[in-house]
Write a protein that binds this ligand. Sequence first.
Ligand code: 2OP
Length: 224
Amino acid sequence: LKAFVFDAYGTLFDVFSVTSLCEDLFPGHGKELANSWRKKQLEYSWLRSLMGRYRGFWGVTEDALVYSAKSLNLEITANERAQLMDCYLHLATFPDVKPGLEELEKIGMHLAILSNGEPEMLRAVVENADLSNFFTDTIFSVESVKEFKPSPRVYDQLSSGLKINKREIGFVSANNWDVNGASSAGFATFWIQRSGFETSEELGYPPTHVVNAITDLRRFRSPK
Ligand code: 2OP
């Protein structure tokens, strides 16, 4: 492998770092709101892809927040909505992210991101997490194909985007359905199982490798 391409939300960035603000704003409902928000965000991305009605991930994420608050009978003001949406630009990174990326960079791997997020929201979260130096000009978004993961068209942009042969690209995600999508599109895949409690999807395109953290990836570099 010459390049590792990372999923963003859930893989580099902890989408559940929104939970503490959810709990501050809606005491006793923080976890429920955060769980529903993420679940609905993904559902809307898949539904919109099927409907052929693309809307940027920022809008999809906001729609999912509005739906989730409504479904839990929580009254959410415009200001609270804006505060929660702002969390998406300041998500925490998992502890293995920076050390893992540093190791991979040191051994000369090309690093990239491929995400549902729009370029602008991705650039902001990457910059706020102080990861910009790892991903100069290598943030790829579904925006170019206007269909969400796991559409094969999303993953297929990687080879031309990176100018690296498909067989030399490893796709890394903690989202098992995303791994299935990339495997199905013909990439070598790495599923990050951080907690060890995640369940594999029954979609038929399992990961090529399972690892516990980004710091486990360096052993997969091609021999020079
Ligand atoms: C991402 O594309 C799947 O939300 C995840 O970043």
